[in-house]
Design a binder for this molecule. Structure first.
Ligand code: DQA
Length: 158
C-alpha cells in the first residue's frame, strides 16, 4: 500500500516522556522513547498504517498536533490518535477541548497503572473525550493501542 493511501496513526507523548529509560525505571521501565517509537513503527507496519510520532513538554504543541490529526480525520485519512498526555492528563481542559473539538478517535494511554498510584493520578480530563482508556501494560500498551485502532477500523461497529 502506498503511503498516499495509508491512514495515519498519531502517537503523542506529553511532558517528561522524553526521559523514558532513566525516569523512575521501577514505574516506567527501562525502554526509551526511541524504543517506543520503534515498537509503534512495527505495529503500524503490521496493519498498513502510517505513523506520526511526537513528544513535547508543552501543552500547546500537543493541542496543535491534535488539531492536525483533526484535519486528517475530516479528510478521512486518520486511523486515530494514541495520547499519553503524561501529567497533563490530570490537569488539561485544553487537551480535553481539543479532542472534543476535532471529533478524532483517541485512545488515552498510560504506561503505569495510574489507578494503583497517588490519588491525584486517578482523575483524567482525557477520559471523557476518549474512545478508550488503557493503562498498566508498560510500553507494550502502545502497540496494543495501535492494534486496537486497526481493529476498530476493520470493524467500525465493534
Ligand atoms: C503517565 C502517568 C501520569 O500520571 C504521569 O504524570 C506521567 C506518565 C504514564 O504513562 O503512566 O507522566 O501518563
Amino acid at each position: 500500500m502506498s503511503s498516499a493511501t495509508k491512514k495515519t496513526v498519531f502517537v503523542l507523548n506529553g511532558p517528561n516522556l522524553n526521559l523514558l529509560g532513566t525516569r523512575e525505571p521501577a514505574v516506567y521501565g527501562a525502554q526509551t522513547l526511541g524504543d517506543v517509537e520503534k515498537l509503534c513503527t512495527q505495529a503500524c507496519e503490521r496493519h498498513g498504517l502510517a505513523l506520526r510520532f511526537h513528544q513535547s513538554n508543552h501543552e500547546g504543541a500537543l493541542v496543535d498536533w491534535i488539531h492536525e490529526a483533526g484535519r486528517l480525520h475530516a479528510a478521512g485519512e486518520l486511523a486515530g490518535v494514541v495520547l499519553n498526555a503524561g501529567a497533563y492528563t490530570h490537569t488539561s481542559i485544553a487537551l480535553h477541548d481539543a479532542i472534543k473539538g476535532t471529533g478524532i478517535t483517541l485512545i488515552e494511554l498510560h504506561i503505569s497503572n495510574v489507578h494503583a498510584r497517588e490519588s491525584y493520578r486517578h482523575h483524567s480530563y482525557m477520559a471523557a473525550a476518549a474512545k478508550a482508556v488503557m493503562c498498566g501494560f508498560g510500553v507494550l500498551g502502545y502497540g496494543l493501542a495501535i492494534d486496537g485502532l486497526a481493529q476498530m477500523l476493520a470493524q467500525p461497529a465493534g
